[in-house]
Design a protein around this ligand. Structure first.
Ligand SMILES: O=P(O)(O)OC[C@H]1O[C@H](OP(=O)(O)OP(=O)(O)O)[C@H](O)[C@@H]1O
Ligand SMILES: Nc1ncnc2[nH]cnc12
Length: 228
């Protein structure tokens, strides 16, 4: 697998002690990675035992050796084919972020675009696409990063976010954390207040504890189908 994210990234298992996750069929219940300190159990575990999580976990297909040997690809397109489960995932994010004064949801291309806009509309926030290079027509700021299979770059339109606006970053999956780090950096360079990062899936490479640039990462399910 690829390199670690080139920023401060460690992961909390959601119980604050590295143990006790409910794991079934390859994925675990929701966890949130808290920054800087070992999170207390009541802070860290989100919706423990929520019956929706098992359905979400079961709906994610794991494809071995895609796009290259050794990568266990977590495919969310199978979840998208099941509207009830897709809605459960969106609802869980909306329930968490509604009423938090979030002005913007920033979605990461491409799969963050599947979840981010629906969350944004439901919580009354604007949606900001963080795009791969040379896709946005206006003036952009850019951030280059390392990922599991190469390097990439995220871009955002100048003026998409105002200084001090509260923003949630959304993607389908966190693996090394490099993509989320780049998104955090990009938004903070524009003066935004990044509240949290939200992903459907976190890979167990991030086991025990993580923080990304000091920002919490909320993960619905954790994949166990992972080849070292
Ligand atoms: O935590 P990381 O190691 O940075 O990896 C996670 C990122 O990798 C995947 O996107 P990918 O770069 O494959 O782009 P795509 O969605 O356009 O296929 C995924 O959707 C995340 O954005
Ligand atoms: N294992 C994985 N599955 C799906 N998307 C990914 N992005 C980076 N690693 C991934």
């Amino acid at each position: 697998m690829g390199e670690e994210a080139n920023c401060d990234a460690v992961m909390e298992d959601g119980n604050g002690n590295g143990n006790g996750k409910a794991k079934e069929n390859g994925h675990a219940t929701a966890v949130v990675a808290m920054p800087d300190v070992k999170a207390k159990a009541e802070d860290a575990v989100v919706a423990p035992g929520d019956p929706r999580l098992q359905g979400i976990s079961d709906a994610i297909r794991v494809v071995p050796h895609f796009p290259k040997q050794g990568i266990m690809f977590n495919d969310i397109t199978t979840l998208l084919l099941r509207p009830g489960v897709f809605k459960d995932a969106l609802d869980m994010f909306v329930e968490r972020y509604r009423g938090m004064g979030i002005a913007a949801v920033a979605g990461i291309e491409a799969r963050g675009f599947i979840f981010g806009p629906a969350i944004a509309l439901a919580i009354g926030a604007k949606f900001i696409p963080l795009r791969k290079p040379k896709k946005l027509p206006g003036e952009v700021i850019s951030e280059t990063y390392v990922l599991e299979y190469g390097t990439d770059c995220l871009e955002m339109h100048v003026g998409a976010i105002e200084p001090r606006e509260r923003v949630l970053i959304v993607d389908d999956l966190v693996a090394t954390g490099g993509t989320l780090c780049a998104a955090i950096n990009l938004l903070e360079r524009a003066g935004a207040d990044v509240v949290e990062c939200a992903c459907l899936i976190g890979l167990p490479k991030f086991k025990d504890f993580y923080k990304l640039n000091g920002k919490p990462v909320y993960v619905l399910v954790e994949s166990l189908e992972y080849e070292k």
